[in-house]
Ligand binder design. Structure first.
Ligand SMILES: NC(=O)c1ccc[n+]([C@@H]2O[C@H](COP(=O)([O-])OP(=O)(O)OC[C@H]3O[C@@H](n4cnc5c(N)ncnc54)[C@H](OP(=O)(O)O)[C@@H]3O)[C@@H](O)[C@H]2O)c1
Length: 362
């Protein structure tokens, strides 16, 4: 009740920010991010695009993975139009494919860049049952499993960057309050049944499961980072409800009516990127790990999302799925050719190492 009231009125919580805070407002305390390199998945549109825009304005170097080279180039052009000194690298990545995640990670690591921030933001809501190349239900494969492997492959780089620079590394998983809509006590069991078509596909339940997996991933990841004594944190966020492509693609009379009626409750895109940006760079979040945040304040995940047992179970399951494909060869050379031939790769590792220009946040 109090939470709803606070949301509606936009009253600031203990962080000093509330539901109406924008990404620009929450990053005002960190004007200079030129020392930061960040990977943001799903930055071609919606919340990810706004997150990228605001971090670029503060000088962060952006690495934007995208499954469409055209969309990625358009995103880079938009960023450069607003922020001409922005340093933006685009690389191909389809999160629904474990092989693509491996190629992206190999390609990124070959650039020799540091990595301070990983924002696992990309997401989809699949209306119909589809199964990925790796035999996993598509929403889960994209929203969670791809990010699980991506994080696993980049973790060492993040730990090393934090050690070398003394700057805390941060991993932000973009979940949703919808994670609490997943009813039942056996997330992995449900995924198995739905993937093998033993039960009917329910798009909302599949989406809720993928978002629950983001919460559980954060929990288990934070524990592991702590065990490693790494100067890297992991948190997850609910950005708020905003009418991005994720929702627009469900257009129809019912959806449109619901959204019209609820329009006063929706966030703007500037507000929806605020919690991600807050967790990613705000000094007040230093050392905070394993938490779930909404409206820039700590919030409570669902009962299942708070379960260490479920987090451990999901982690072991995920390790198993990605390990089965561990021996796939990664041909960075041919990948590089593919990238260059599509005019997608203006950046060479040497160019990446050049000293960066001083940049005024505009
Ligand atoms: N909108 C909301 O109300 C809301 C609420 C709670 C949580 N969220 C979460 O917020 C995050 C961002 O969503 P959004 O609302 O900004 O949606 P959006 O505008 O549809 O953006 C989704 C992004 O994910 C990318 N993506 C989708 N599938 C991908 C794949 N297989 N490989 C790589 N990238 C892929 C899309 O890239 P393409 O250009 O290639 O399609 C796009 O850049 C999601 O995790 C979503 O679950 C959103």
């Amino acid at each position: 009740m109090l939470t709803s009231l606070r949301y509606l009125t936009g009253t600031a919580g203990p962080s000093g920010f509330g539901s109406r805070a924008t990404a620009e407002e929450v990053t005002a305390a960190c004007p200079d991010l030129r020392h930061i390199t960040v990977i943001i998945t799903g930055a071609t549109s919606g919340i990810g695009a706004e997150t990228a825009r605001v971090l670029a304005k503060h000088g962060a170097r952006l690495v934007l993975p995208a499954r469409s080279l055209k969309a990625a180039e358009e995103a880079r052009t938009r960023l450069l139009a607003e922020c001409s000194a922005a340093d933006v690298v685009v690389l191909p990545l389809d999160l629904s494919s474990l092989a693509s995640v491996r190629r992206f990670a190999a390609r990124f690591l070959a650039l020799g860049l540091p990595l301070n921030l990983l924002i696992n933001n990309a997401g989809k809501f699949a209306d119909r049952l589809a199964v990925s190349d790796d035999g996993v239900e598509m929403t889960f494969a994209t929203n969670y499993l791809g990010h699980f492997l991506l994080t696993r492959l980049l973790m060492e780089k993040m730990v090393e960057t934090a050690r070398m620079t003394g700057v805390e590394g941060r991993i932000v998983n973009v979940s949703s309050t919808v994670h609490s809509w997943f009813a039942g006590d056996d997330a992995v069991g449900y995924l198995d049944l739905v993937t093998r078509r033993k039960i009917p596909y329910d798009p909302t339940r599949a989406y809720a499961l993928s978002k629950l997996a983001n919460v559980l991933h954060t929990r288990a990841l934070a524990d592991r980072l702590k065990e490693l004594k790494a100067n890297v944190t992991a948190n997850c966020v609910h950005p708020g409800i905003v009418r991005t492509r994720l929702i627009r693609e469900r257009d129809g009379l019912v959806t449109n009516t619901v959204f019209f009626l609820a329009s006063k409750l929706l966030k703007s895109i500037h507000q929806a990127a605020a919690t991600t940006c807050y967790v990613a760079v705000h000094p007040a979040v230093a050392g905070v790990s394993g938490k779930y945040l909404a409206d820039c304040n700590e919030a409570s995940p669902s009962r299942l999302g708070s379960s260490d047992e479920e987090a451990t179970k999901l982690w072991s399951f995920s390790e198993g799925v990605v390990a089965e494909r561990k021996n796939e060869s990664i041909n960075v050379t041919s990948f590089r050719f593919q990238v260059q031939s599509s005019n997608f790769d203006d950046y060479t590792p040497q160019e990446m190492q050049k000293p960066r220009k001083r940049m005024a946040a505009n």
